[in-house]
Design a protein. Structure first.
Lengths: 462, 107
């Protein structure tokens, strides 16, 4: 009876989670949906406490209190700009929970002498995936938080080395299935999974982090699925599958947006962009034309349709609020301002949307790449703030360019473009940008934040 | 393969299919909240760690279980809080310019 009750509670929780994910399809319903999910979680946890295997609650209480105390600041105090590393950290926590449970269940089975083959397969996957997610996510966290150097760390024969290590890990899993009670092999497998996580993220640079964070999300989900199989728990299988899939879908979306194949991100074509760089001289040639803030502001003040293209430079300069204020001022004069969001504009999927929403931009003004691309032809002024590769027409026109084929915001179709840029040099990726020498483009040099403030003042006075 | 495992594979398959359909419909606008949300939900691994921490299966298992409870609970509490905080920022129109909202609705 008690077991049935617990299972019904899990069923309800799983249902509520799916409802929440469905509600996340629209910003209007998303919040209510997540409240339902939180309720579902509470029901699931409460039901678990009825489990007959639980004989005392003091350790549960200790763990819960520690977790809640640690979780509160993670939820309330972390700034939105730090979201990528915060998410990476919580992947590490989730995977650590899975790994530790895996090890614990293995020890239990060992001492009880009842380790079945199927059980060990599930536990093995749990520990293998969990372990690499723990260290991989911690590495990603370190790189994003700039505790570790953000540049890719590579060494000779890295891929061969990593694949060998991974193969040993899989081999020890197979060995463990044949000989479940071999503690040494189990230990080796755990150690290897931890090492693989470090090795996996070592060669990946800051710009590729969105893919890695999404991918680790996927692994954390799969580790949860394995836990579900190991302890015969359907809700873990369901939630793990949702988590894993969501991570997978996001990583595919991110790699597409960055013009990378999956294997390309994972098996080191990092820095290959620098190799090809010498190829493909810019087709347009020509000089950049600079514009004064006053003229730029005049053009925007009298424009009907303005599109702002924020890039990572905007987030680095913490200039979201200034961008929003400028947009408000233009709108007050009767212009229509939209923000064009490229999928990799931030450091993780959807990051730029959150940053702009935090600055007070209504979400109807935040337009995805596919939708805004049709609108550029009828746009009077495009204001590019700290974006470079994502607006580079070479991605469409120059087959020799390292970014050829990457989906871009088709800014060059607009009637005129104003680009805010620090200096005349090539951008972060070292790729020449034909947009900046296009006759319809005017450059406003200087610090992004300061330029936006000046533009705002000038628009007000115009 | 025992029947339970088989049923679990069915559950996995169906959950995956439903999940794919549902998650594919979430716009890029909400991808960061999505990641935070799935993170929070994956804290349901508490169902495993609570049992491990509460069953007296030896000190090692209890300690490991407690660590797992702490990690999963941190994800649950932090995950739901931050998702809610983010979603609260997504407003249809800025609070101070509701006439703008009317214009958008009329579009």
């Amino acid at each position: 009876m008690r077991d049935t009750l617990i299972q019904i509670a899990y069923l309800l929780a799983a249902f509520l989670f799916l409802v929440a994910l469905r509600a996340l399809g629209k910003p209007d319903t998303a919040r209510r949906g997540m409240q339902l999910a939180a309720f579902g979680m509470a029901v699931g946890i409460a039901a678990t406490l009825l489990n007959a295997r639980i004989v005392s609650y003091e350790w549960i209480l200790i763990g819960s209190v520690i977790g809640a105390v640690a979780g509160y600041p993670l939820g309330k105090w972390v700034p939105m700009t730090a979201m990528p590393q915060r998410i990476a950290l919580s992947h590490a926590l989730g995977a650590l929970a899975a790994t530790v449970v895996g090890v614990g269940e293995y020890c239990n089975g060992l001492s009880a002498g009842e380790l079945g083959r199927g059980h060990v397969v599930a536990l093995g996957f749990e520990v293998l995936l969990g372990g690499l997610t723990v260290t991989g996510s911690l590495m990603a966290f370190g790189k994003l938080q700039e505790i570790l150097p953000g540049r890719p760390l590579t060494f000779l024969g890295q891929n061969a080395f990593n694949l060998t290590i991974l193969a040993i890990g899989v081999a020890s899993l197979v060995w463990l299935v044949i000989d479940p009670s071999n503690v040494v092999v189990a230990g080796v497998m755990l150690a290897i999974s931890l090492a693989v996580g470090v090795l996996l993220v070592l060669p990946i640079g800051g710009a590729d982090m969105p893919v890695v964070v999404s991918l680790l999300n996927s692994y954390a989900g799969l580790a949860a699925v394995a836990t579900g199989f190991a302890i015969d728990n359907n809700i873990l299988i369901i939630v793990g599958a949702l988590d894993g899939l969501s991570g997978f879908i996001l990583s595919v979306a991110m790699s597409k947006a960055m013009n990378r194949s999956f294997s390309n991100v994972l098996f080191g074509a990092f820095g290959s962009a620098a190799v090809v760089e010498a190829a493909g001289p810019s087709t347009a040639g020509g000089e950049m034309m600079s514009i004064t803030a006053e003229d730029a502001a005049l053009r925007m003040a009298y424009a009907e349709k303005v599109v702002v293209v924020p890039g990572y430079g905007l987030a680095v300069a913490q200039a979201q609020h200034q961008a929003r204020e400028l947009a408000d001022l233009i709108e007050k004069r009767g212009g229509d301002v939209r923000f064009a969001i490229h999928p990799v504009a931030g450091r993780m999927p959807g990051h730029m949307n959150v940053l702009l929403a935090e600055a007070g931009v209504p979400y109807v003004k935040l337009v995805d790449m596919e939708d805004i691309n049709e609108k550029f032809a009828e746009t009077d002024v495009v204001l590019v703030v700290g974006a470079n590769d994502v607006v580079n027409p070479a991605a469409k026109t120059n087959p020799k360019s390292p970014i050829y084929g990457m989906p871009i915001l088709r800014v060059a179709e607009a009637r005129s473009v104003i680009a805010l840029k620090r200096g005349r040099g090539a951008g972060f990726s070292g790729v020449e940008n034909d947009l900046f020498v296009d006759p319809r483009t005017s450059m406003l040099f200087g610090d992004a934040k300061q330029s936006l403030i000046t533009l705002g003042l000038e628009v007000k006075n115009a | 393969m025992n029947p339970t495992t088989l049923i679990q594979l069915f559950v996995f398959l169906l959950a995956g299919f439903v999940g794919f359909q549902t998650i594919s419909r979430i716009p890029p606008l909400l991808h960061t909240p999505l990641m935070a949300a799935t993170n929070a939900m994956s804290g349901i691994s508490l169902v495993a760690s609570l049992v491990l921490a509460g069953a007296h299966d030896g000190l090692l298992a209890t300690v490991l279980g407690t660590v797992a409870v702490a990690c999963a609970m941190a994800n649950v509490v932090g995950g739901f809080l931050i998702t809610d905080r983010m979603l609260a920022m997504f407003k249809r129109a800025g609070a101070d310019k509701m006439e703008g909202a009317v214009g958008v609705a009329a579009e």
